[in-house]
Design a protein around this ligand. Structure first.
Ligand code: 3PG
Ligand code: MG
Length: 372
């Protein structure tokens, strides 16, 4: 990896345009999960410590190129101030006079947040003029938004070619953890991949079988694999048209010595709702009117035992219908086991789509732009 870090940048007295991802959940005007905000604090603090002036750029929601008060970053500002323990100035536009004046008025030790970059359509089209307007606000570019690095937008890629650029602390941590997990991992490596649909994770599974020693498949995806093996899955969520693809993935895994773990026992209900009456059955005993909503205890025990023998774990997606209690049991039990086994220093990624695309072996434009 050839990108620079904050340690290599001369920031003293300079405005450091810092792309962060504070796209956090909000209910009734209040942030309900501050994880992403908390994670950018080290970057902001280090810029301040280096004498730089952090000018934070971010998107919030998908306003489709139009100003929209419901997606104003001013809503997020109080939570950001609380996390940083200091006031944060706000500019009502991320470019033009409001932004220029706010940057000009920024004193040493102060932090500025610019309004939602996606209020301009030119952000998502990565318009060169717009990227230049952003770049004109500062002298250094720092990208700390790994979770938005799968987007080739002006604030994540265009601007990186216009200013001396570096990765922020969170970007550094995310990239190092991913490199440790899939680049040159300590073996054996286990990947847990769950979720509803195989069709959305085909590239991921294809890439993982050649990289990991154990591949645990859970959720609706497991049903697709079971069906492909000729196991009856009743009315379960399954993509029967992907049987051949699932067989190819299993054949490839057998070729390269990747052990695929599928459920050996299942939790079956007649309907998809919380607390639906259910029973634990052997995997081949699902009735025709039954629906598999979770992996059973025997499966969890097998996964846990394999996990205990592994040195690296990558996890994406649930093992069952975890949004419906009690069908979150297998996911929660396996996650607790993982938490017990992992040492301090383990990184929980705050990225969704970017994490997935990285695991699929794809190049992330926001990371590539830092490298060039
Ligand atoms: C996210 O929340 O997934 C990231 O902030 C990226 O947002 P996006 O999917 O709207 O580009
Ligand atoms: Mg997303």
């Amino acid at each position: 990896m050839t990108w620079k870090t904050l340690d290599e940048m001369d920031m003293a007295g300079k405005a450091v345009l810092t792309r962060v991802d504070i796209n956090v959940p909000v209910e009734n005007g209040r942030v309900t999960d501050t994880t992403r905000i908390d994670r950018i604090v080290p970057t902001v603090r280090d810029i301040l410590a280096g004498g730089g002036k952090p000018v934070l750029m971010a998107h919030f929601g998908r306003p489709k190129g139009q100003p929209n008060p419901e997606m104003s970053l001013n809503i997020v500002r109080p939570a950001l101030e609380a996390a940083l323990g200091q006031p944060v100035a706000f500019a009502e536009d991320c470019v033009g006079a409001p932004a220029k004046m706010a940057v000009a008025g920024l004193g040493e030790g102060e932090v500025l947040l610019l309004e939602n970059t996606r209020f301009h359509a030119e952000e998502t089209t990565n318009d060169p003029m717009f990227a230049a307007s952003l770049a004109a606000l500062g002298s250094v570019y720092c990208n700390d938004a790994f979770s938005a690095a799968h987007r080739a937008h002006a604030s994540t890629t265009g601007i990186a070619n216009l200013l001396p650029s570096c990765a922020g602390r969170l970007m550094q941590a995310e990239l190092s953890a991913l490199e440790a997990a899939l680049g040159t991992p300590a073996r054996p490596v286990m990947a847990v991949v769950g979720g509803a649909k195989v069709s959305t994770k085909l590239d991921l599974l294809g890439n993982l079988v050649s990289k990991v020693d154990h591949l645990v498949i859970g959720g609706g995806m497991a049903n697709t694999f079971l069906a492909a093996k000729g196991v009856g899955v009743g009315t379960s969520l399954a993509e029967h048209d992907l049987a051949e693809t699932a067989q190819e993935i299993m054949a490839k895994a057998a070729d390269v010595g990747c052990h695929i773990h599928l459920p050996t026992d299942i939790v079956v209900a007649k309907e998809f709702r919380a607390d639906a009456p259910h029973e634990v059955l052997a995997v081949d005993a699902c009735p025709e009117d039954g629906m598999i909503l979770d992996a059973g205890p025997e499966t969890v025990a097998a996964i846990s035992a394999a996990m205990a023998a592994c040195k690296t774990l990558i996890w994406n997606g649930p093992l069952g219908a975890f949004e419906l209690s009690p069908f979150d049991a297998a996911t929660v039990a396996a996650a607790k086991k993982a938490a017990e086994l992992t040492e301090a220093g383990t990184l929980t990624s705050v990225a969704g789509g970017a994490f997935l695309e990285w695991m699929e072996g794809k190049t992330l434009p926001g990371v590539a732009a830092l490298e060039s």
